[in-house]
Design a protein around this ligand. Structure first.
Ligand SMILES: [Zn+2]
Length: 74
């Protein structure tokens, strides 16, 4: 879910719910912020599309971080 949120492909309903959660959850704000910065840095480079391998790595890191922050799903 967080992956889709960061990619901007998430369902708007889920997005709203998640944004409400984020508003009161600092660790989530930090994680999403970091991911966004990473993606932005990449996008201003010569490639405008994230290669699948890069995305997979990003999502894996994201999932691991998310798990440490939230042992229980939202
Ligand atoms: Zn959270």
């Amino acid at each position: 879910m967080l992956n889709e949120y960061v990619d901007g492909t998430i369902d708007p309903g889920i997005c709203e719910e998640f944004e409400r959660h984020m508003a009161g959850c600092n660790p989530c704000q930090v994680v999403v912020d970091n991911i966004r910065k990473t993606i932005q840095l990449y996008r201003v480079g010569e490639c405008h599309e994230l290669p699948l391998e890069f995305r997979a790595r990003l999502h894996e890191t994201l999932r691991a971080k998310w798990k440490t922050l939230h042992p229980k799903p939202i």
